[in-house]
Design a protein around this ligand. Structure first.
Ligand code: CA
Length: 635
């Protein structure tokens, strides 16, 4: 052989052999999601997302009693396979061998099928007997300093920076479950705990980069499950915050998507570096979705634009993504035994998808609770999103509850305004008078503030009297009360920027007071006089409420505000609670209760719930200026 040709021949043979190795490579599997599933589910269908380099070149087979392979779907990307399974009621828990074959090479993947829990009391759902404590885990308590810095996660702890991680975690919540319980709350809604492995600004948790994994800076999936179990053992329920409208752009399925229609504008984002800087911001107008006259372009701007430059807008009209999200939510309910979901930005995704999602979760767990964040200051537009509302456009939502922003706006206005025909307490009265539009207003989550709003104490100009009046309404009117962490400490704060209403809970970090930070809010001694005043007021009412079914399920009857006093009753066949709010800034009001006789008839005396004092005659009641009375009526 010509020595010059020899290397050429060698090269040719090498290429041929190498190419042969490529086509016959053992199928690469990096992810199968859901990671495992259960037998005995209501819905026998399961769709597995299989991710791995060139996995689409593989064929799939399996043999397992009661489980049938219904088909395999491919997308634009060679790195994805979607495997449809049917799990019959006869299928037993065990390990299923999924066989992936590429050329002559095979790979078996062990997929676990667990048995669905048969404990019916495990997942409880929420109702108006509950009071939700809402917190931001990064800003609540640092229970495990070892997870403050995690290799491979660039956004590390830096407590002096408003936008960096502060180190709070799941262990921190576990450590203070007794505080939350003692406060009189019965459930916890923590902002998202799923992985947000973003370069920066990830502490809030709304830029998810893995829907199946708790962020390592918060803990682990196993610790999350322990947190739910521990909370349950103490009589506390857990609400999980979910985000299906958008994810973080560092999500693995955005970096290497199954198809360019996985998220809106993904092609622009991937091919045009300038797009990200000038991406078309949406109008954030949820009213366009209920508006019978809305322009298509406005609806499109609301539904299909990115929430933020780092948050791709997911395309839930892609049926593979829709199934992925539905199964992911059900996976978390069954895996961890959570009691409810708070769904972020509920109107923003495709609304037919969210309706399908809510139906799927509620069908699997009829006792479950879902509250959708519907940030609209209008009762009709909010009610549109609640299940069983008879909407004229035929839309059926399947969503059990909404966040009651109309009541929130009224509560922020009423105690700041002077009384007139249409200002002050009448705003509170009128917003409740609009409840006929809801299927069940008593299911709404009601609140004074949250992580996206100015602190209520600031909204009422740091007037403790107004805060107490608002807390009284929160804990005695219809609905499921939610208190935002530190509101029980009368914490002020204006959301300019957002982290100023998301401050570290005092005492959540070791040695804070020794290091010149605030003393502990968790103990009476650590709290200031003002903090104890708010804390004790809230705690007294919340602990009392816990054992008062009349406040959970009793009827609400209210009387038109007169002379700056608003009076309402919660009542059932055996009990009656009378609440009186005097909105006059300087003067007490003595009210003849004869006007309320349809509700006071048969009652003579009353017990003041806050002071314990007994009023021997309720025919006339004096309410001090800018204050509330909660009276348990007695015969
Ligand atoms: Ca930590």
């Amino acid at each position: 052989m010509n020595p010059i040709l020899r290397p050429l021949l060698f090269a040719t043979v090498f290429v041929l052999v190498h190419a042969n190795i490529l086509t016959a490579q053992i199928p690469d599997i990096q992810r199968v999601e859901p990671m495992f599933w259960w037998t005995g589910m209501q819905n026998p269908a399961l769709q597995l997302l299989v991710y791995g380099k060139d996995i689409a070149n593989s064929s799939v087979s399996l043999k397992y009693a009661g489980v049938e392979l219904k088909g395999v779907l491919k997308t634009e990307s060679p790195n994805y396979l979607f495997v449809n399974l049917h799990i019959s009621p006869e299928a037993k828990a065990g390990t299923l061998a999924l066989m992936f074959t590429s050329g002559k090479k095979e790979r078996s993947y062990s997929y676990e099928l667990r048995a669905k829990s048969t404990d019916r009391s495990r997942i409880q759902g929420l109702n108006a007997a509950d009071v939700i404590y809402m917190l931001m885990p990064d800003r609540f308590a640092n229970g495990d300093p070892k997870n403050d810095k995690i290799a491979g996660m660039p956004d590390i702890m830096h407590r002096d920076s408003l936008h960096a991680r502060h180190g709070g975690d799941i262990q921190g919540i576990i450590n203070h479950l007794d505080y939350i319980k003692d406060l009189g709350c019965t459930a916890i809604w923590s902002t998202p705990l799923l992985e947000n492995n973003m370069e920066r600004y990830s502490y809030h948790g709304y830029a998810i980069t893995d829907y199946y994994k708790i962020d390592a800076r918060f803990g682990s999936n196993e610790l999350y499950k322990q947190y739910v179990d521990k909370a349950h053992s103490m009589g506390l329920k857990i609400v999980k915050d979910m985000v299906l409208n958008h994810c973080g752009d560092a999500h693995w399925f955005i970096k290497d998507p199954p198809a360019l229609d996985w998220a809106h504008s993904l092609a622009d984002y991937k091919t045009n570096p300038a797009w990200k800087k000038e991406y078309p911001r949406g109008n954030y107008r949820a009213s366009t979705l209920t508006d019978p006259y809305a322009a298509q372009s406005d609806k499109h701007s609301m539904s299909d634009t990115w929430f933020d430059s780092m948050m791709p807008d997911m395309n839930q009209q892609n049926p593979l993504l829709a199934t992925y999200f539905i199964q992911n939510s059900i996976w978390w309910v069954e895996y961890a035994g959570i009691d409810g979901i708070r769904m972020d930005t509920y109107p923003y995704p495709d609304k037919d998808f969210t309706a399908q999602w809510a139906k799927a979760v509620m069908t699997e767990y009829p006792q479950f609770y879902i509250v959708g964040e519907v940030w609209i200051n209008d009762v009709g537009m909010s009610a549109y999103w609640q299940s069983n509302t008879r909407n004229k456009d035929g839309f059926v939502s399947n969503l059990p509850a909404t966040t009651d922003f109309p009541l929130n706006f009224a509560l922020s206005a009423a105690f700041n305004e002077n009384e007139s025909w249409d200002t002050g307490l009448i705003k509170l009265y009128n917003v409740l008078a609009s409840d006929f539009q809801y299927t069940d207003a008593n299911n709404n989550v009601i609140f004074l503030d949250n992580h996206d709003l100015n602190r209520y104490f600031t909204a009422v100009k740091e007037d403790m009297r107004k805060l107490k009046m608002a807390l009284t309404v929160l804990l005695t009117t219809r609905g499921v009360p939610q208190v935002y962490y530190e509101t029980e400490l009368a914490m002020p704060g204006v959301k300019d920027p957002d982290p100023l209403v998301r401050k570290d809970f005092p005492g959540g970090w070791a040695n804070d007071s020794a290091n010149g930070r605030s003393a502990s809010g968790f103990t009476e001694k650590g709290r200031s006089v003002q903090q104890n005043e708010a804390f004790n007021y809230f705690r007294t009412l919340a602990q009392w409420r816990k054992i008062k079914p009349v406040v959970h399920t009793g009827k609400l009857t209210h009387f038109i505000p007169q002379d700056g006093v608003y009076t309402y009753f919660r009542h059932n066949n055996s009990e009656a609670i009378m609440v009186m709010l005097n909105n006059n800034d300087k003067d007490a009001r003595t009210v003849k209760t004869n006007r309320f006789r349809e509700r006071t008839a048969g009652f003579i005396r009353a017990k003041n719930v806050i002071t314990g004092e007994v009023l021997s005659d309720i025919s006339s009641v004096t309410v001090p200026a800018k204050s509330a009375l909660v009276l348990e009526l007695m015969k």
